[in-house]
Design a protein around this ligand. Structure first.
Ligand code: NAG
Length: 533
C-alpha cells in the first residue's frame, strides 16, 4: 500500500516521458523569479531556453547559486541527473541534449500554468524535493508532419516544436511535397511554388464532392532556415522530405516534361490516394532533382535527408517506350527497377555530400539499398528485415503510429482516415519487438505520423497529435514499458499543461463537445470505419 501511495504521488507529478528513476521527498523549494545560476554558458543557455517564458524565470549570476549545472562525463548521452532539495537545484549532464531534457523535466515539476506562454503574476513558483536520474532509450523520437496535403502556417509549426521539445521528442520530419501541394521554394524552378503550391479545391470524402475552396501555401528558404535554427536551439533536428519518384502530381503540374513524355498535363491533385503519374527518370529529370536537393541541403543541416520512395506505381514506366529505353541504358533487367536505381543514385549522391538517405520501406522490396535508413510504415516487419540486413531503421508502422486514424471509437469524432489508434494502442507498441539480438542493424527509434488529408487546420492537427504524441514520446524515451493506468494519471496532469499553452488536445477524459465533428462536413458518417481511399 505504501508502495502504491508512493507510485500515486509520483504519477501526480505528471512527468512525461517517464524518467528512469524518481525519488520523491517531502518538502518543497520555493523559487524567486530571478534564479542565480552557475555552470557553463552553453548549459545555462539550454536550461534557460527550455524553462520557457511561462515560468517567468530569468537566470543570472550571483552569490550562492540556487541552480547548479555540472558537466559530468559519466552520464549517458542525452541523459541527466536532477536533484531538488532545500538548498537548491543541481543538474548534471554531459551534453546540451541532457541539460535540455533536465530543464523540461524541471518545467513539468512546476505548476501547470508554468507551461503556458506567460507567467501568472504573483503566483508562487515551487518545486517538490526530488531526485531523478534519466536517459533516453532511442536516439530518434520523431513526429512527421504532412504540410503538403494541408499547409501548416509557420506560427503553428513553432508552437508544434515547443510542444515536441516539452515531451523530449527530438526529430521533426517535415513532409514538404506531395500530389496535393509543393511547399519548398526552389530557385530556378519557380513553377514549383507558383503552380505546385496551390490546388483549386479539395475533395471532401464525407460529401463525395469537392469543396470549391482553393488551398495553398509554401515556405521560403529563409523562413525554413529560421525554423531550423529555432528547432536546433531546442534540441530538435528537422529532417526534410521531398517525396519522389511517386507522389509528384504537384511537381508535374508545374513541369510536365519531367513526367512520362506521352502523358497529358494534369493539375495539382484535389483528391487523395495513389496516382499513376511518376517521374520519368532521364538525365534532365535527375539534374532537376539534384538541384532541388542541393538547395534542400543548403537549408537543412540534418545529416539525414528523406527522399520519399513510397507508393510509386510502375504502370507508366511499364507502358512507356522511353522508360524501357532508359532502363536498358542504365543496364537494368526490368523497367520496374528504375525506382531502385533512383534510390541508390540518391543515396550515393547524399553520401558524397556527407549526408544519409532515409526512405519509406518500399525501397527494400526485392532490393537491397545498404546505407539507406528505412522508415518502416507498412508494418513493423520491414523495419525488422532492414535491421537483419544491417541497415538502420525507424519504426513508423501505420497500425500503431499513424496519428491520422481515429483516436476513439466514438461516432462523433472528427472525420479521420479510417482505422482506430488510441493513445493506449500507441503506448502498447514496442519498437524493438521481435528484433533479433544479433541483428546487425541499428534501431534508431520510433516516429508518429500526422498525415493531413483530413486535418485542414493547425487546430485539427493539434487535436490528432495530442495526447498521442505523448505516447510516442514515452515509447521512444522510456526503457521500461509504462502501465496504462500510470500513464493515464500522468496524462491528466499533462492535459492541464496543454490547456495552459492553448493546445487543442483531446483530453483523456474525452473530447470536448466542440471538438467533436458537430454538424456538417467534418462529421464522421455513421457507417465509417474503413479506409476512405
Ligand atoms: C499512405 C501514404 C501517405 C498517406 C497515408 C495516409 C505513407 C508512407 N504513404 O498511404 O501518402 O497520407 O498513408 O495514412 O504513409
Amino acid at each position: 500500500d505504501a508502495l502504491h501511495a508512493g507510485a500515486d504521488r509520483v504519477n501526480a507529478l505528471g512527468l512525461i516521458p517517464t524518467p528512469e528513476t524518481v525519488e520523491l521527498g517531502e518538502g518543497r523549494l520555493t523559487l524567486p523569479r530571478r534564479v542565480t545560476v552557475s555552470g557553463a554558458p552553453s548549459a545555462v543557455d539550454a536550461v534557460e531556453s527550455a524553462l520557457g517564458t511561462g515560468t517567468g524565470i530569468r537566470l543570472g549570476e550571483g552569490d550562492g547559486a540556487l541552480l547548479t549545472l555540472v558537466d559530468d562525463a559519466d552520464i549517458a548521452a542525452g541523459g541527466y541527473r536532477l536533484k531538488v532539495d532545500g538548498s537548491g537545484i543541481r543538474v548534471s549532464a554531459t551534453d546540451r541534449d541532457g541539460f535540455l531534457a533536465a530543464a523540461h523535466t524541471l518545467r513539468q515539476l512546476f505548476p501547470e500554468w508554468a507551461s503556458g506562454p506567460w507567467p501568472l503574476p504573483g503566483a508562487e513558483l515551487s518545486l517538490p524535493h526530488v531526485t531523478i536520474s534519466d536517459a533516453p532509450r532511442f536516439a530518434w523520437r520523431g513526429l512527421m508532419l504532412d504540410v503538403a496535403r494541408h499547409f501548416e502556417p509557420l506560427p503553428a509549426l513553432y508552437r508544434f516544436l515547443d510542444q515536441m521539445a516539452a515531451l523530449k521528442l527530438n526529430v521533426l520530419h517535415l513532409h514538404l511535397t506531395d500530389d496535393q501541394g509543393w511547399r519548398f521554394d526552389v530557385k530556378g524552378y519557380p513553377g514549383l511554388v507558383r503552380v505546385g503550391s496551390w490546388r483549386t479545391d479539395t475533395h471532401v470524402w464525407t460529401q463525395k464532392e469537392n469543396d470549391g475552396t482553393p488551398h495553398g501555401g509554401f515556405y521560403t528558404q529563409d523562413q525554413l532556415r529560421a525554423l531550423v535554427d529555432y528547432a536546433q536551439h531546442r534540441g530538435i533536428t528537422i529532417v526534410p522530405e521531398v517525396d519522389l519518384p511517386g507522389h509528384v502530381r504537384a511537381l508535374l503540374a508545374a513541369y510536365p516534361h519531367f513526367g512520362d513524355p506521352a502523358a497529358e498535363r494534369k493539375p495539382v491533385a484535389t483528391t487523395f490516394g495513389v496516382f499513376d503519374e511518376v517521374l520519368h527518370l532521364d538525365t534532365d529529370t535527375v539534374a532537376m532533382v539534384e538541384e532541388i536537393f542541393t538547395q534542400l541541403l543548403d537549408v537543412f543541416p540534418s545529416k539525414r535527408i528523406h527522399i520519399g520512395g513510397d507508393e510509386c506505381p510502375k504502370t507508366q514506366w511499364q507502358a512507356s517506350a522511353a522508360a524501357a529505353e532508359l532502363a536498358t541504358e542504365l543496364g537494368l533487367a526490368r523497367v520496374e527497377d528504375l525506382q531502385n536505381w533512383f534510390t541508390d543514385h540518391m543515396r550515393d549522391w547524399l553520401t558524397e555530400r556527407g549526408r544519409q538517405a532515409v526512405a519509406w520501406d518500399e525501397v527494400i522490396d526485392d532490393h537491397e539499398s545498404p546505407g539507406t535508413v528505412i522508415m518502416s510504415w507498412r508494418g513493423h516487419g520491414p523495419g525488422v528485415e532492414a535491421l537483419r540486413r544491417g541497415q538502420e531503421a525507424v519504426m513508423a508502422p501505420w497500425h500503431y503510429t499513424y496519428l491520422d486514424q481515429y483516436q476513439s471509437e466514438d461516432q462523433r469524432e472528427p472525420f479521420a482516415i479510417g482505422a482506430f489508434t488510441s493513445w493506449q494502442k500507441v503506448l502498447g507498441y514496442d519498437p524493438a519487438l521481435d528484433v533479433p539480438a544479433d541483428a546487425p542493424g541499428t534501431l534508431l527509434g520510433v516516429q508518429g505520423q500526422l498525415w493531413s488529408e483530413y486535418m485542414p487546420t493547425a487546430q485539427a492537427k493539434e487535436y490528432m497529435a495530442f495526447p498521442r504524441a505523448a505516447a510516442i514520446a514515452e515509447i521512444g524515451w522510456a526503457k521500461q514499458p509504462a502501465a496504462e493506468d500510470d500513464f493515464f494519471a500522468r496524462l491528466v496532469v499533462q492535459g492541464g499543461r496543454w490547456d495552459a499553452a492553448g493546445i487543442n488536445h483531446r483530453s483523456v477524459g474525452g473530447a470536448k463537445p466542440w471538438q467533436m465533428g458537430g454538424t456538417g462536413r467534418l462529421h464522421r458518417p455513421e457507417d465509417h470505419g474503413g479506409s476512405p481511399d
